[in-house]
Design a protein around this ligand. Structure first.
Ligand code: ATR
Length: 268
């Protein structure tokens, strides 16, 4: 089989090997996929070693997506803008193509798996780190009515909004500048991993609106709980995004699109 892997730190609990192994079984593709731990200073070297020992490509997760962006010889449009790569495809000539499938992953999960079309929606996006930067372009291209980026450090939200202004109606500020109501609130902060919640004003979720945590865990995250408490039509976590970004990576490598539904079911 052709060998693929995900690099990260930590990596032991990654679901990617399971997901890609299920994709391989379902499509009949001869793919073997493992999780590999990289030490902070050794990521680039580890990827090069994987390439020269016959690997065909890899996924990259926290904290190496930006380093992978630097490592790639050629970038997809989304990856170039995101300044982050989560998928590397190794080519015959030894060069690396870098893509970012995270944004495609969240948009597909919202629109196709959960029936939440983004067009015309008022969206609030929490956080302004790498995770948010990685999904901004595809979300804006889905043509929401407005997108407000709110972050603990307001300056980072303002900067991001400026960087992506050409793609649509995006603005940004601190949590204290959140005003009005939103049809969709997406959490892209690392807060829920620590069991914390970004400070959100009461009643910022519009009637019939939904919430989406880009993170996921075995039990509902603090943000999923918050969405439920606010009466969200759907209070979703990021497992679907994980499976969808993986499917897009699999497509880049194999030119075959796996069916994500049965895989999602098995993971739940
Ligand atoms: P990632 O790759 O996960 O995005 P990151 O680039 O370090 O990681 O960004 C982390 C994001 O989570 C940032 O938006 C951060 O806010 P600051 O920019 O103000 O640091 C946000 N964040 C982390 N912990 C948080 C908390 N406890 N409350 C609110 N926001 C938090």
């Amino acid at each position: 089989p052709d060998r693929y892997a995900v690099f990260g730190n930590p990596i032991a609990h990654s679901k990617s090997p399971r997901i890609h192994t299920l994709f391989a079984g379902q499509t009949g593709e001869a793919v073997e996929y493992s999780a590999l731990l990289s030490e902070p200073e050794e990521f680039a070297q580890d990827v090069m070693m994987f390439l020269v020992t016959g690997g065909k490509g890899c996924n990259i997760t926290v904290p190496f997506k930006q380093e992978a962006w630097e490592l790639a010889d050629e970038l997809s449009d989304y990856a170039a803008r995101a300044k982050a790569v989560n998928t590397l495809a190794f080519r015959e000539d030894g060069t690396m193509y870098g893509a970012n499938t995270d944004g495609i992953g969240i948009v597909r999960d919202l629109e196709q798996n959960h029936g939440i079309a983004l067009q015309g929606k008022r969206i609030l996006l929490l956080g302004a780190g790498g995770a948010v930067r990685g999904v901004l372009q595809p979300i804006l291209e889905a043509q929401p009515a407005s997108l407000f980026i709110a972050n603990r450090t307001a300056s980072k939200a303002l900067e991001l909004a400026q960087d992506f202004a050409e793609f649509g109606a995006v603005s940004g500020g601190g949590f204290d500048t959140i005003s009005g109501q939103f049809d969709l609130i997406i959490n892209g902060t690392a807060a829920s991993l620590q069991g914390e919640l970004p400070p959100l004003p009461d009643a910022c979720l519009a009637a019939g609106g939904s919430t989406y945590d880009m993170m996921y865990s075995a039990k509902p995250t603090a943000f999923v709980e918050w969405g439920r408490a606010q009466g969200a039509a759907q209070a979703l976590d990021g497992l679907g995004m994980l499976v969808e970004q993986a499917a897009e990576a699999f497509f880049i490598w194999r030119n075959v699109r796996p069916d994500t539904q049965p895989v999602l079911k098995q993971l739940r």
